[in-house]
Design a protein around this ligand. Structure first.
Ligand code: FRU
Length: 474
């Protein structure tokens, strides 16, 4: 779909918008598609005081279709502006979708790299080994809105021969004056890996090396990212094909990070243990960027591909999926901590506070609230966030349980030895839970029949305090 076709379809968009407005599950403080489908966050960056959040987008279909890049901007993470879609599949080399990619800011503008997806329909083609072109495309924009040029920089022939045709999702990492690009991949043996390319000018790219763990870790790595935080190198990715092990890898696909040491000059790479970003049901395709204040900010898709539950409650209202709240990352004691951006505090209203022992019920409007529990002592803890969404902690295990409103999502677990604090952000149809200063996070969508609900403390063997706020909307 090129821009002209988009504009002719636009009237349809208006009636879809009206339908979206009717949905009580429409989110108040999470980014969701104006209409249609949203998946991965793309091209995250801050340029001249404006944060750009692009995303995988099919505006006219609340289902899987040909992707554009939708676009929001914000200066303060509280007021958002919907911009016109930024990238359209309008070339031969991205005709079946402007897939995921990233942004790299310079003084005079923003460079973007993304995957142009082309499906090869020949019946003899195999979807994995030769059924697609995965083109790497470079776009330059002086302002994040207008495109100065769009160029094809690599295609299937530029990737190593031992790869399948699953190579995608470029992200730039600059080290010692050189540009590196990391892309996710699946090799011919179905071994998940990341490809590194290098360039001295952002225009000319060549394959540099392929990195993988010593033992196979899934068959495909999507959406990789490579960055440094407080002196630690981190590689994130979304491995597909990793089996569940105890309370790890409970979702169909995974999303997390390896602390790594990549000595790019000498091509020596070591991987630390993979850690999941989130133990909830709905997290995938996270991307990070450093804002102009130097904060490392992460946003994820609050959804997952090939979900094994019924996630289409909003489809009747012409939209589906959303993004997580932006989270600031901190590297501490060998782990990434995730903190909701401090700007979220500006959404607070109607504060209440009390001793945990005295807390019984609270009924924030539309289920939109922030609630912090500081726990001094607890043998066990059980809190209902809504009538059939409960969180509990006992014997070193944190559990999120959902009834009907989970639509097939029932329980998720996280090991939490000691409990010191829990902060819950609840939106109409999304819940994000941060435990122990953001060491453990659980994110999930939830679809309640009505939003006149109460938060209720069930267990009584606890000591500490509660601070709650109703939250306003964007
Ligand atoms: C991850 C992903 C990416 C791809 C995009 C397509 O969710 O599959 O690998 O670029 O979504 O929408």
């Amino acid at each position: 779909m090129n821009k002209e076709t988009y504009l002719t379809e636009y009237p349809k968009h208006e009636s879809m918008r009206e339908n979206v407005k009717k949905d009580k599950n429409r989110l108040h403080f999470h980014m969701m598609p104006p209409t249609g489908w949203m998946n991965d966050p793309n091209g995250l960056c801050e340029f001249q005081g404006v944060n750009h959040i692009y995303f995988q987008y099919t505006p006219f279909l609340a289902g899987w279709g040909t992707k554009l890049w939708g676009h929001y901007t914000t200066k303060d993470w509280i007021h958002y502006k919907e911009e016109e879609p930024f990238l359209y599949p309008d070339e031969e080399w991205d005709r079946d979708g402007v897939y995921s990619g990233s942004a790299y800011t310079c003084e005079d503008g923003i460079h973007y790299f993304y995957t142009g997806n082309v499906k090869l329909w020949d019946k003899d083609y195999d979807y994995i080994m030769n059924g697609r072109e995965q083109n790497t495309i470079h776009v330059f924009s002086p302002d994040g809105k207008n495109i100065a040029y769009k160029k094809l920089v690599m295609t299937n022939d530029d990737y190593p021969v031992n790869m399948s045709k699953h190579v995608r999702d470029p992200k730039i990492y600059k080290k010692d004056g050189r540009y590196y690009m990391i892309q996710g991949g699946r090799d011919a043996e179905s071994y998940g890996c990341a490809l590194l390319f290098c360039s001295d000018d952002l225009e000319h790219w060549k394959w540099y090396d392929t990195v993988r763990t010593a033992k196979p870790f899934g068959y495909m790595w999507e959406c990789p990212d490579l960055f440094e935080i407080d002196g630690q190198q981190i590689m994130t990715c979304c491995p597909q094909g990793v089996d569940q092990k105890g309370y790890d890898y409970q979702n169909v696909y995974q999303c997390g990070y390896f602390p790594v040491e990549f000595d790019l000059k000498n091509k020596s790479y070591s991987f630390g243990k993979f850690q999941e970003f989130d133990k909830g049901f709905d997290i995938y395709a996270t991307q990070t960027f450093a804002d102009e204040a130097g904060r490392r900010i992460l946003i994820g898709w609050m959804g997952i591909p090939d979900a094994d539950y019924d996630n289409d409650a909003t489809v009747a209202y012409d939209w589906i999926h959303a993004l997580t709240m932006p989270r600031e990352l901190e590297w501490k004691d060998g782990k990434i901590l995730q903190h909701p951006l401090k700007e979220m505090k500006d959404l607070r209203k109607n504060a209440f506070t009390c001793e945990l022992e005295a807390f019984t019920k609270w009924a924030p409007a539309d289920c939109c609230f922030e609630l912090r529990l500081d726990v001094e002592e607890a043998k066990n803890l059980e809190l209902k966030l809504r009538e059939d969404v409960t969180i509990s902690w006992k014997d070193g295990l944190f559990t999120l349980s959902m009834g009907e409103s989970g639509r097939g999502r029932k329980q998720r677990f996280a090991k939490v030895e000691e409990l010191s604090d829990i902060t819950i952000f609840s939106d109409t149809s999304a819940i994000e839970i941060f435990i122990n200063n953001g060491e453990t996070v659980l994110t999930t969508r939830v679809y309640s029949e009505h939003l006149e609900q109460k938060v209720e403390l069930v267990s009584r063997e606890v000591k500490g305090s509660v601070h709650g706020y109703e939250l306003g909307s964007f």
